[in-house]
Design a protein around this ligand. Structure first.
Ligand SMILES: [Fe+2]
Length: 357
C-alpha cells in the first residue's frame, strides 16, 4: 500500500482504503480508474488516497485505529456535542462504549508509528481534531503505562476538550482573516464554557473536566485562560496540550495550510520545557514517523522511492523501496536500508511538498 497525492494517481492503482466524508462512505476499497474521482475529492478537501499497486503491494501502513472506530468516535462525539448545544440530557453510556473500544484497539496494537492523521479531516474539523487528539493522548498514556481506568478518564476529557466551542459564534470560529484581539479573547472562552458545561454532567469526573479548562495552559504560565503555572497542571492536561497542538498544526485550517510532520515535531521540540512537558514531548515524538510508510521520497542521489518500513529510533533513516533512478526512469524496484547506506539521505518528501509554512 502507498499514499499518493491526487495528482500522482495512475491507472494501475487500486483504492486500498475506503474514503469517507462526514462519516459517509463515498468511495469503497478496491475501486480502479481513480482519476475520474479527482475533481470531486479535491472539492471535498481530500488531498491524498491510499492505493495498492505492484510496487507497493507488500508495504504496510500501520494505523493507530481502524477507520470504523474513528467514524464511531466522530459519530458519538457529534451526538454528545449536539446534546450540550441544545441543553439536552447528555447520555454517556454510548460514549463510554466507544471509548472502551478505542482503548482496547490501541492497547492491542504493537508499538505503532503515527503516520498520517485523518485524511478526510476536511469534513468537520472539530470532530476529526478531537478524535485525533484523543488517539495521540492515548498513545502517550500507553507508553506511560497508564491503567485502563486512567486511560478512560483521559479519553473522555480529550474527546470533549474543545466542546466549549459549540457555544461560540460559528462565523468567528471559521473566520479566514486574522482574528482581532477581542475575537481571540472571545475564542479563549471555550475553555471555561466547556468546563462549566461538563460540570453539569455528574458522570464526568473532575480529572476529565480539567482538560477542557486547562488544555491551552502552558508550562511557563503563558497560556490561557488564567496562566496557571506548571506545578498546577495535571499530567492529563500536559498530555492533551501536546496532542492538541500537534494535530492542529498538521491539519489544514481555514486560515492556513497544514505543517509537515517534520515542522510540527520541530515545533514541539523547540517548545519542550518552556511550553510543554519535556518528558511527554519525548515520549510522543518517538512514536511519530517523520517519513510515514507508503509515502514518496526523493533521495540525495536523486532516485525516488516509497518508504517501506521504519528503523526504530532512527526516524530519518527508514528502508526505501527505490522505484526510479536519478534521471526519473522507472527501474526494477529494490529495497535500500538507509541505516546501511549512510551516504544517502532523504532530501524531499511528497507529503512535505504539499504543506505550507
Ligand atoms: Fe481548545
Amino acid at each position: 500500500m502507498r499514499i499518493v497525492s491526487l495528482s500522482m494517481l495512475k491507472p494501475d492503482m487500486i483504492l486500498a482504503k475506503p474514503i469517507y466524508h462526514n462519516d459517509l462512505l463515498i468511495l469503497r476499497k478496491g475501486l480502479t480508474n481513480l482519476n475520474r474521482f479527482v475533481e470531486s475529492l479535491r472539492r471535498l478537501g481530500i488531498e491524498y488516497v491510499y492505493v495498492e499497486d505492484v510496487k507497493s503491494e507488500d508495504i504496510e501502513i500501520p494505523d493507530a485505529i481502524s477507520e470504523e472506530t474513528r467514524i464511531s468516535c466522530k459519530r458519538i462525539l457529534r451526538k454528545t456535542m449536539d446534546a450540550f448545544e441544545n441543553n439536552a440530557v447528555v447520555e454517556l453510556g454510548d460514549m463510554m462504549g466507544t471509548i472502551n473500544d478505542l482503548i482496547e484497539e490501541i492497547l492491542a496494537k504493537p508499538d505503532i508509528q503515527i503516520s498520517l492523521n485523518d485524511i478526510s479531516a476536511a469534513d468537520e474539523y472539530t470532530f476529526s481534531h478531537s478524535v485525533s487528539s484523543t488517539v495521540y493522548s492515548l498513545l502517550i498514556a500507553k507508553q506511560l503505562n497508564y491503567t485502563k481506568s486512567m486511560m478512560e478518564k483521559l479519553a473522555v476529557g480529550a474527546l470533549l476538550h474543545d466542546m466549549g466551542k459549540v457555544f461560540l459564534d460559528k462565523r468567528i470560529m471559521n473566520k479566514i482573516e486574522p482574528l482581532t484581539a477581542e475575537e481571540f479573547d472571545y475564542i479563549k472562552t471555550h475553555t471555561t464554557l466547556g468546563y462549566e458545561a461538563l460540570k453539569k454532567c455528574p458522570n464526568i469526573t473532575e480529572l476529565s473536566r480539567i482538560i477542557s479548562l486547562y488544555h491551552h495552559e502552558r508550562m511557563d504560565g503563558s497560556g490561557y485562560p488564567s496562566g496557571t503555572p506548571a506545578g498546577q497542571l495535571h499530567d492529563f492536561v500536559r498530555i492533551v496540550a501536546i496532542a492538541d497542538v500537534y494535530d492542529a498544526l498538521t491539519e489544514n485550517r481555514c486560515y492556513r495550510r497544514k505543517w509537515s510532520t517534520n515542522q510540527a515535531v520541530n515545533y514541539l521540540i523547540e517548545n519542550a520545557e518552556s511550553k510543554f512537558d519535556l518528558n511527554m514531548v519525548s515520549v510522543f515524538i518517538k512514536q511519530i514517523a517523520i517519513y510515514p510508510n507508503g509515502s514518496m521520497v526523493r533521495l540525495s542521489n536523486n532516485a525516488t522511492g516509497i518508504v517501506k518500513e521504519q528503523n526504530k529510533n532512527y526516524p530519518l533513516r527508514p528502508v526505501i523501496r527505490v522505484i526510479t533512478d536519478e534521471k526519473g526512469n522507472d527501474i526494477d524496484v529494490y529495497d535500500l536500508d538507509l541505516m546501511k547506506e549512510l551516504s544517502i539521505t532523504i532530501i524531499e518528501s511528497e507529503l512535505e511538498m504539499n504543506c505550507g509554512f
